[in-house]
Write a protein that binds this ligand. Structure first.
Ligand code: FMN
Length: 653
């Protein structure tokens, strides 16, 4: 395919010349040093995206205030001592021809100050942060003056650190500037509140001071929500009202997002199954009222989508976040027309958003080396070996690909007639079809790495004896977990794998889903849709979950969207409920110590997880010098762990 044209046209943002139309979105990583200094890790991570061809990198939220961190290790610019770190970062990014701007902000109500400095967060008015649950204190006028000066000084330091401009965060009714602008958070009666002009006063004064301290030619990009997409928030009319005023005040470009916290909405970090580039229309509306460039963000994860936004004239630049975690080389590969080599972001949020919230490292499911760029070069194998990988699910495919890329001779065996394993079923429920992109990508890369793929082949001990590999990697996945509960063999009981594989007819009637993890919830949605025949009868679905809540194994954004769909479909949810016995046409359950019989059930579907399947490792241990068991075959977990374990194992052989 010919290289996409408009994406690679240069663009000027004020005094800054950017070589193409691809920008990286700010993403808080927690990779900084604990005092807020830019770390080598952060430099390696951002330089990898610059090397990958991105024109403009927006580095993560950078605090202006010593006592107001946003995450445990918040990048900082509240003192001169942070300038050398920025100098190193900007040198590394500039070496690849990219530009770098930090997102300079005060976290305001979202500050972690109560935890790190025993200080109450501040805001325009007393409002609650939905993460910390702390209420902010209303700032007085003197404090506002101090903060305005802190913004100016931080911007000056950014410039001295070699930054090409900065981003000011005023979107999402979030952090301090966004909170002043928001009618939902700014309840002040003085000149900084009241009407829209009052709410704009603080942002305008910040912009003015930044220009005084950092220079009028230091480009400021303003991140705004084109629409809060929430009752009581503001819509595009307000964005169109404020944008020309802000442009007049010196804003060099607008970066249009949408949504507001705490509605972890599908518009801020749009999850799997939601529309691609949902903010294009909003960007277009802002572009209609300003002369300066307009950038758009939100689930732009394919070259085609990025190109269409520019072609339609909805925006002048596309901003990508998670897609660049999945594929640091996105821009270079797009330019070379190597679209099939772009590792796809599926919007799952499991590696990135949930990674940090769950106290793991922020990374990416598809690219578990995101954030470890300095330590994960693909080193050729010291001695090429014959490697047998058994099982072509994500863990096996990744292990085979990376081992082959390192120079090993790799054969990948799969019992089924296609690659993907159980992961193929994860793409069956509504809103999940894009998961097929992962299997397609991994399968394409196998061929490119010259892995020999043998489908329809059940590996036995004798096949292993014939092959005589130096290394065997067992990636045989898992099987449905079936609990030892009376009545489990009943005719109405089946597993979600059987349902999603299409081996169980779905008729109108009552369905019980046992297990409210993400698989159970998505199977509920699938059955609701498949079994509903308006002229014959309807399907009603109930999810039974032992714990306090369902779908806790998802990213917050994905969970909000899924829960909303379940609610709209009328799917009933019973938490803290355990099945005691499966009956002929129902179940006996125990909820909060009380037993209850549920009858008249058409189908009971087990979604309580999977158990590892490994029938080979022990049997071949004396035939093969090195045997590794990976992915679900070792322990049932998520895609994240499967891919990461495949890669790590391939690196270790
Ligand atoms: C892990 C993570 C951290 C983020 N941190 C920030 C941040 O520090 N500041 C900000 O304005 N947006 C932040 N965002 C939002 C992104 O900038 C971006 O708007 C969002 O991810 C949607 O773009 P995408 O679909 O291309 O990922 C973050 C997103 C993710 C996934």
């Amino acid at each position: 395919m010919s290289s996409p044209s408009r994406l690679f046209e240069p663009i000027s943002i004020g005094s800054m010349e950017v070589k193409n139309r691809i920008a990286m979105a700010p993403m808080a990583t927690d990779y900084a040093e604990s005092d807020g200094t830019i770390s080598e890790r952060l430099i390696d991570y951002l330089a990898a995206r610059a090397r990958g061809g991105v024109g403009l990198i927006t580095s993560e939220m950078t605090t202006i205030d010593e006592f107001s961190p946003y995450i445990p290790r918040t990048v900082a610019l509240w003192d001169e001592k942070f300038i050398p770190g920025f100098r190193k970062l900007t040198d590394a990014v500039h070496a690849h021809g990219a530009k770098l701007i930090p997102q300079i902000a005060h976290p305001g109500p979202e500050s972690l100050s109560p935890f790190f400095h025993q200080k109450q967060p501040v805001g325009p008015s007393p409002v609650m942060c939905f993460v910390t649950k702390h209420i902010s204190r209303e700032l007085d006028r003197d404090e506002i003056e101090t903060i305005i000066e802190q913004f100016g000084e931080a911007a000056r330091r950014a410039r001295e650190g070699g930054c090409d401009g900065m981003e000011l965060h005023a979107a999402h009714s979030y952090m301090l500037v966004g909170s002043f602008l928001s009618p939902l958070r700014n309840k002040r009666a003085d000149e900084y509140g009241g009407d829209l002009d009052g709410r704009l006063r603080m942002p305008l004064r910040v912009i003015e001071r930044i220009r005084e301290r950092a220079g009028k030619d230091f480009p400021i990009i303003l991140r705004i929500s084109g629409d809060y997409v929430i009752e009581g928030g503001t819509g595009i009319e307000e964005a169109q009202y404020i944008a020309p005023i802000l442009e007049q005040a010196g804003i060099a470009a607008f970066h249009v997002s949408a949504g507001m916290y705490p509605d972890y909405s599908s518009r801020i970090i749009p999850p799997t199954g939601t529309p691609l580039c949902p903010n294009a229309g909003l960007a277009r509306a802002v572009k209609d009222v300003v002369e300066v460039p307009v950038m758009v963000v939100g689930r732009i994860n394919q070259v085609r989508v990025a190109e269409e936004v520019l072609e339609r004239g909805d925006a002048d630049m596309v901003v990508m976040g998670r897609a660049l975690l999945a594929e640091p080389e996105f821009a270079n590969k797009a330019r070379a027309g190597r679209l099939e080599d772009i590792a796809p972001c599926i919007g799952c949020g499991i590696g990135c958003v949930a990674g940090r919230l769950e106290g793991r490292d922020m990374t990416c499911v598809i690219n578990p080396w995101s954030g470890r760029e300095g330590e994960t070069a693909l080193v050729p194998a010291a001695k090429p070996r014959k490697v047998m990988v058994i099982g072509a699910g994500p863990a096996g495919m990744e292990a085979a690909r990376v081992a082959a890329q390192r120079g090993h001779r790799v054969t990948l065996f799969e019992r089924a007639s296609k690659t993907g394993g159980l992961f193929n079923l994860a793409a069956v429920p509504p809103h999940k079809q894009e998961l097929t992109r992962v299997t397609k990508y991994l399968t394409t890369q196998l061929a490119k790495a010259e892995v020999e793929l043998r489908l329809n082949t059940e590996v036995t001990e004798s096949i292993v004896a014939e092959e005589k590999p130096d290394v065997a990697i067992i990636a045989t996945g898992g099987a449905p977990l079936v609990p030892d509960v009376p009545g489990i063999d009943g005719p109405k009981v089946t597993t979600y794998q059987e349902v999603l594989a299409g081996r169980v007819p779905i008729m109108p009637g009552k369905v019980l889903i046992i297990g409210g993890g993400v698989a159970g919830c998505e199977t509920a949605e699938f059955m609701f849709q498949q079994g509903d025949y308006p002229l014959v009868g309807h399907t009603s679905v109930t999810i039974i979950e032992m714990r306090d809540a369902i779908a806790t194994d998802m990213s917050p954004e994905g969970r909000v969207v899924l829960m909303d769909r379940l609610r709209r479909k009328g799917i009933e949810i019973m938490v803290r409920t355990r099945v005691v016995e499966f009956l002929e046409d129902g179940v006996l359950v125990e909820r909060d110590g009380q037993q209850e019989v549920i009858r008249g059930i058409e189908r009971i579907v087990l979604c309580i997880g999977i158990c590892p399947v490994d029938e080979l490792s022990e049997r071949i241990a004396d035939k093969v010098g090195e045997v590794h068991v990976i992915g679900d075959a070792k322990e049932a977990r998520r895609l994240c762990e499967a891919i990461s374990e495949g890669r790590e194992t391939a690196m270790a052989i």
